[in-house]
Design a protein around this ligand. Structure first.
Ligand SMILES: Nc1ncnc2c1ncn2[C@@H]1O[C@H](COP(=O)(O)OP(=O)(O)OP(=O)(O)O)[C@@H](O)[C@H]1O
Ligand SMILES: [Zn+2]
Length: 648
C-alpha cells in the first residue's frame, strides 16, 4: 500500500480469557487517590481543632452536676451546704454530706447552679443563718492555669500548624524550598539534567522508525539552532507523542535529547497538580526558566492528559482550578517562545483524543506523532536491543520469539528479556536459553503463578470454564489458535486460556469478532451446560464481550439496523457526553443484546454437541493443570488449521 492510510484501530490482538477472579465483584470505581491539597488542609485543621477541644475539656473540670435552684435552696435550709462561691447569679458550692442527685444519677457533693433573677428569697440571710462559708475563691477550679494558657494560645497554635503544613506541601511541590515562603529558593524538582555520558540515542529505540524520522528535524534544529535563527525559520515548539503505554514515548524523548546532545528536563504532569492552587503554575514557570538557561534543551512532560484534558468536560473533581492554571501556564510559556530560543517541549499521552484543542493549536503541540506497538520486525529489533547485554544460548531464536508475541509493546518485550535473565540466574545457568525465554513469556502473558489451594469442586469448575473457552476457540473457523490452557491460578485469575494469532492482525472481520465473542462466552457457557449454574467468574469475560459487541454495532458498522455510522464515540470520549441520539442508543442496545444472545446460544449449542471433547479437555486439565497448544488440539481431537491473514 503506497498511500498513507489512517491508523486502524484494532481490539488488542493477544487476548486472554480469564477464569474466576478470586475476589467477589467489588464496588465499581474506587482506588483512586483524591486529588488536591485543600482537602487535607481542611482535614488537618479539623483534627487540630478537635484535639484542642478534647484537651481543653480535660482541663475543664466540668463534671460537677448542675442542680436546680430549688434543690440548692433545700440543701441550704437543711444546713448541708458547707461553702459557696458566687459570681453574678452563677453559684458554685460544696455540700457537707453527699446527697442523691435528683436530676442525674448517683450522689454529688460539689455542684453548680444559677439563681433566677426573679428569685425573691433572702439568700444572704439564709446562708449566714445556716453557717455557709461564702468564699472569694471558686470552689470548683473551672480552668487550670495550663488550660487558660492553652486557650489563649490555641488560635496561634492552629495558625502555626497550618503554616507548617502549607510550607511542607510547598516544599514538596517546589523541591526543597517554598520559594519566598521559606526564604530559600531551590531548583524545581522535575529537573533532570543528563550529563554527556550514557546518552540514550535512536540506537536504543527500535520498531518505530517512522516516528524517528519525524523527530529527526527536531534533532537537527536542536543541534544547529543558529542556522535556523539566521534564516528566520520557526521550529515546532511542541511535539505530542501519542500512543499506548509502554510503546517507548519516554524513551523516544530521551533519545531526541541524546541525539542532539542537549539537556533533558522531565516532569510528569500529574506531579504539577497534586498540590495547592498556584504552585503547579509556578513550578511550570521555573521549569521553563531553567530550561531556557541551558537552551537548546528539551522539556518532556509525561501524562499531559492529566492537565490537558478538554476544559468543558472533565469530572470537575478537586484540583480543577489547579489543572487549568497549570495548563494555562504551560501554554503561556510555549507562546512566549520566540521559536529560536531552542527549548522544545515534548509531551506524551495515551489519550490524545481527550486533549484540549488549545494544546494542539499551531505554535503549541502542533506536531502530533502517533507511536504504535511494534510489528513483527520491530519486536525482533527490540528484543535484540534488550538482549544486547544478555549472553544467549545457541537455541535462542529471537525472530521466532518475535513471531509469537504479537501485540506486545516495547516495555513488555524489555520485561520479557529481563524475566528470562532472572530465571537463568535462578537456575544457575551462564546463558539464557530458549526454555528460559518461553517460561518468562508464559509468566509475562499469563501472570505469575500464585500458590492457592483450591477446593476440588472449584478446580473442576475452573477446568470446565477454561475448557469451554479453549474448545470454542479451537472450533471457531478463523479464530486465533489456542496456545495454552491452565488452571494454575495466576495473577487475579483462577485459570487462563491464551490465544494469539499466527501473524499480526490489523483488521478484523465480523466473523472473526463473532468468534471471539463466542470464545469469550465459552467459560460461562461451559459452566451453564455442565453445572447449570452461573458464577461470578465470568466478569472479565463479559467485559470483553461487551466491548466487542459495542464496537461491532456502534463503531464498525456491522449492524444492519444501526447502519454504517460511527454512532458511538470510542470509550474515551463517551465520558465527555458525546453520544448518539437516544433512539439510536436504544437501537444499539438492542443490537448488542441480539448479537451477544445469539453468540451465547451458539456457544452452548456447540459445547453440548461436543460434550465429549469438553469432558476430555477438562479431565486432562485436572490431571496436568496446564496444556500447551499441541496437547490441547490433540486431546480435543481438533485439527489445527494454520490461517495466514494477508497483511494489508
Ligand atoms: N521501541 C522501543 N525500543 C526499545 N525499547 C523500548 C521501546 N519501547 C519501549 N521500550 C522499553 O520499555 C521501557 C518503557 O518505555 P517508555 O517508558 O518509554 O514507554 P512509554 O510509552 O513512555 O510508556 P508510558 O506511556 O507508560 O509512560 C523503555 O525504557 C525501554 O526499555
Ligand atoms: Zn473465562
Amino acid at each position: 500500500m503506497t498511500h498513507p492510510a489512517p491508523p486502524r484501530k484494532a481490539p488488542e490482538p493477544p487476548w486472554r480469557t480469564e477464569g474466576t477472579p478470586d475476589e467477589p465483584p467489588g464496588p465499581p470505581g474506587g482506588g483512586r487517590r483524591p486529588r488536591g491539597g485543600w482537602w487535607s488542609l481542611v482535614l488537618t485543621a479539623l483534627v487540630v481543632y478537635l484535639i484542642a477541644n478534647l484537651v481543653l475539656s480535660f482541663f475543664d473540670g466540668g463534671d460537677e452536676p448542675t442542680i436546680s435552684y430549688t434543690e440548692f435552696s433545700k440543701q441550704v435550709d437543711d444546713g448541708n451546704v458547707s461553702k459557696i462561691y458566687a459570681k453574678g447569679d452563677a453559684i458554685q458550692g460544696q455540700l457537707k454530706k453527699a446527697r442523691d442527685n435528683p436530676e442525674g444519677d448517683g450522689t454529688y457533693t460539689k455542684f453548680q447552679t444559677e439563681r433566677p433573677t426573679f428569685a425573691d428569697d433572702r439568700l444572704w440571710a439564709d446562708l449566714t443563718k445556716n453557717g455557709v462559708t461564702v468564699t472569694a475563691e471558686p470552689v470548683v477550679q473551672h480552668r487550670s492555669f495550663l488550660a487558660n494558657l492553652l486557650i489563649s494560645l490555641a488560635p496561634m497554635l492552629l495558625l502555626v500548624v497550618l503554616w507548617v503544613v502549607i510550607a511542607r506541601r510547598m516544599r514538596g511541590a517546589l523541591g526543597g524550598g517554598a520559594g519566598g515562603m521559606l526564604g530559600r529558593k531551590a531548583p524545581p524538582k522535575p529537573v533532570e539534567l543528563e550529563p554527556g555520558k550514557q546518552r540514550t540515542t535512536f540506537a536504543d529505540v527500535a520498531g518505530i522508525d517512522e516516528v524517528e524520522g519525524e523527530l529527526n528535524d527536531v534533532v537537527d534544529f536542536l543541534k544547529h539552532p543558529d542556522a535556523y535563527r539566521r534564516l528566520g525559520a520557526k521550529m515546532p515548539r511542541g511535539v505530542l507523542l501519542s500512543g499506548p503505554p509502554g510503546t517507548g514515548k519516554t524513551l523516544l524523548a530521551r533519545a531526541v535529547a541524546g541525539e542532539a546532545g542537549v539537556p533533558f528536563f522531565s516532569a510528569s504532569a500529574s506531579e504539577f497538580i497534586e498540590m495547592i492552587v498556584g504552585v503547579g503554575a509556578s513550578r511550570v514557570r521555573e521549569l521553563f526558566a531553567e530550561a531556557r538557561k541551558v537552551a537548546p534543551s528539551i522539556i518532556f512532560i509525561d501524562e499531559i492528559d492529566t492537565i490537558g484534558r478538554a476544559r468543558s468536560g472533565g469530572s470537575g473533581v478537586g484540583g480543577h482550578d489547579e489543572r487549568e492554571q497549570t495548563l494555562n501556564q504551560i501554554l503561556t510559556e510555549m507562546d512566549g517562545f520566540s521559536g529560536a530560543e531552542g527549548v522544545v517541549v515534548i509531551a506524551a499521552t495515551n489519550r490524545a483524543d481527550i486533549l484540549d484543542p488549545a494544546l494542539t493549536r499551531p505554535g503549541r503541540f502542533d506536531r502530533v506523532v502517533t507511536v504504535s506497538p511494534p510489528d513483527r520486525g520491530g519486536r525482533a529489533a527490540i528484543l535484540r536491543i534488550h538482549t544486547r547485554e544478555i549472553p544467549l544460548a545457541d537455541d535462542v531464536d529471537l525472530e521466532q520469539l518475535a513471531a509469537t508475541t504479537p501485540g506486545m509493546t516495547g516495555a513488555e518485550l524489555a520485561n520479557l528479556a529481563n524475566e528470562a535473565a532472572l530465571l537463568a540466574v535462578k537456575r544457575r545457568q551462564d546463558r539464557v536459553t530458549a526454555a528460559d525465554l518461553s517460561d518468562a513469556l508464559e509468566k509475562v502473558q499469563l501472570g505469575a503463578e500464585r500458590p492457592l489451594v483450591m477446593p476440588e469442586e472449584e478446580r473442576r469448575r475452573t477446568a470446565y470454564h477454561e475448557s469451554g473457552h479453549a474448545l470454542l476457540g479451537m472450533l471457531q473457523p478463523g479464530a486465533d489458535p489456542v496456545r495454552k490452557i491452565t488452571i494454575v491460578p495466576r495473577g487475579r485469575a483462577l485459570g487462563v486460556t491464551l490465544s494469539t494469532p499466527d501473524a499480526d492482525r490489523y483488521a478484523y472481520t465480523e466473523e472473526y469478532l463473532r468468534g471471539r465473542i463466542i470464545g469469550a462466552l465459552g467459560g460461562m457457557a461451559a459452566e451453564h451446560v455442565v453445572y447449570g449454574v452461573v458464577t461470578t467468574g465470568s466478569e472479565s469475560d463479559l467485559e470483553q464481550v461487551t466491548r466487542l459487541a459495542r464496537g461491532m454495532v456502534g463503531r464498525w458498522g456491522m449492524s444492519e439496523r444501526v447502519g454504517r455510522l460511527s454512532a458511538l464515540p470510542d470509550d474515551a470520549q463517551q465520558a465527555y457526553g458525546l453520544a448518539a441520539a437516544p433512539g439510536t442508543l436504544d437501537a444499539i442496545d438492542a443490537e448488542m443484546r441480539r448479537i451477544v444472545d445469539a453468540c451465547y446460544e451458539e456457544a452452548c449449542r456447540k459445547l453440548r454437541e461436543n460434550r465429549g471433547r469438553l469432558d476430555a479437555l477438562a479431565g486432562a486439565l485436572l490431571d496436568g493443570e496446564t496444556l500447551d497448544e499441541a496437547d490441547a488440539y490433540r486431546i480435543a481431537g481438533v485439527t489445527r488449521l494454520r490461517v495466514d491473514t494477508p497483511r494489508p
